[in-house]
Design a protein around this ligand. Structure first.
Ligand code: GLN
Length: 280
C-alpha cells in the first residue's frame, strides 16, 4: 500500500524540512527503496509504500540524533571501494584517501612492497592499497577484534587478500619489517569538544586519551624497529598536530619529512623515511 500522497520527492523534501541535507536524504531513501540516487532523481513522482515511508522516518530520526549515514546504510565508499561499516569502526573519511595516494606515489606498481596499516578499522587504507597496488603485501592490524572482523569481512567480500592481525600497534608484528608503515590512529584530545559530535563512533578509534599525540608518539617511537632501511612511515593527524608530529619524527631520527594537506587545505598527513644508513 502506498503512503497517502507520499512520493520520492515529498519524502526527500520532508527530510530537508527536518534539517537533513538533500544528499543524506537521497542516500537514506535510496537505501530503503533499494534504488540508486540516479533512479530517485529520475523518479520524483514515484509513490512510496507505507512500510518504506515508515522505515525512512525511522532512519531520519536516527540521523537527526547524529548517527552517521554510513552506519544507517551499513556502507561507505572509500577510494573507489564500497566498504561495509558498523559502529565498531570509524566511518572512513575522504581526508584519509590522501594517505593512500601518498603510499601509491611512493611505490611502483611492479614492486611487491610490504606495507602495514596500524589501527585498520574497516580496513579502508589497507584494502584501498591492495586494490590499487595488487602486488603489495598488506598487513592490517587492529587492537579491537570486532573492528578486525569488519576489515576481514570487507577483504573477503571485495576479494582482496589481506593479512589481518589482532593486537596493539606493533605487538603482533614482532620481528617483522616493512617498506612502509601507514596509520590513521586516534588523535583527538579526550577533552576536545569536537568529540561530542562524533559520539556514534568508537571512542577507541578517535581519542588516545587526554594527550591527542599519545598514539602517534607510540607509533613513531616503535616504528624504526619494523622499518627496512629507506622505508617510509606515513601518519594521519589532527589539523593542529603537524608541527608536533614533524618534531617527533626528527627527534626519532627520520629523514625526508614532509606534510600534506587534505581537501580542505589543512595539514593532515606527515611522514618520513627511516634512513638507509644509521645517522652518525
Ligand atoms: N578525522 C577524524 C575527525 O576528527 C578523527 C579520526 C582519528 O582520530 N583518526 O573527524
Amino acid at each position: 500500500m502506498s503512503a497517502p500522497g507520499q512520493t520520492v520527492a515529498s519524502l526527500v523534501e520532508a527530510a530537508r524540512a527536518a534539517g537533513i541535507g538533500r544528499l543524506d536524504a537521497q542516500v537514506l531513501l535510496g537505501h530503503v527503496l533499494g534504488r540508486s540516487r540516479a533512479w530517485l532523481i529520475a523518479h520524483d513522482d514515484e509513490p512510496v509504500e507505507l512500510a518504506a515511508a515508515a522505515e525512512m522516518a525511522r532512519l531520519l530520526q536516527q540521523r537527526a540524533r547524529g548517527v552517521p549515514v554510513a552506519y544507517l546504510v551499513g556502507e561507505r565508499e572509500f577510494h573507489g571501494l564500497m566498504l561495509k561499516v558498523r559502529p565498531d569502526v570509524l566511518v572512513p573519511r575522504p581526508e584519509t584517501e590522501g594517505l593512500v595516494d601518498w603510499v601509491m606515489e611512493l611505490f611502483d606498481p611492479a614492486v611487491p612492497a610490504r606495507v602495514a596499516d596500524l589501527g585498520t578499522g574497516s580496513g579502508a587504507i589497507a584494502l584501498a592499497l591492495r586494490h590499487r597496488r595488487p602486488r603489495m603485501q598488506v598487513t592490517a592490524v587492529d587492537i579491537d577484534p570486532a573492528a578486525l572482523a569488519v576489515a576481514r569481512d570487507n577483504a573477503v567480500r571485495l576479494r582482496l587478500t589481506l593479512e589481518c592481525l589482532q593486537g596493539r600497534w606493533f605487538a603482533p608484528l614482532a620481528g617483522r619489517r616493512f617498506e612502509c608503515i601507514v596509520s590513521n590512529p586516534p588523535y583527538v584530545d579526550a577533552d576536545d569538544p569536537h568529540l561530542q559530535a562524533l559520539d556514534s563512533e568508537p571512542l577507541l578509534a578517535l581519542t588516545p586519551g587526554p594527550d591527542g599525540l599519545a598514539a602517534l608518539r607510540e607509533i613513531i617511537q616503535a616504528a624504526p624497529g619494523h622499518l627496512e632501511p629507506g622505508a617510509w612511515l606515513l601518519l594521519e593527524h589532527g589539523r593542529d598536530q603537524a608541527h608536533a608530529v614533524r618534531q617527533m619524527l626528527v627527534e626519532r631520527g627520520f629523514a625526508d619529512i614532509a606534510t600534506r594537506t587534505d581537501l580542505a587545505g589543512l595539514p593532515r598527513c606527515t611522514g618520513g623515511r627511516w634512513p638507509a644508513l644509521p645517522l652518525p
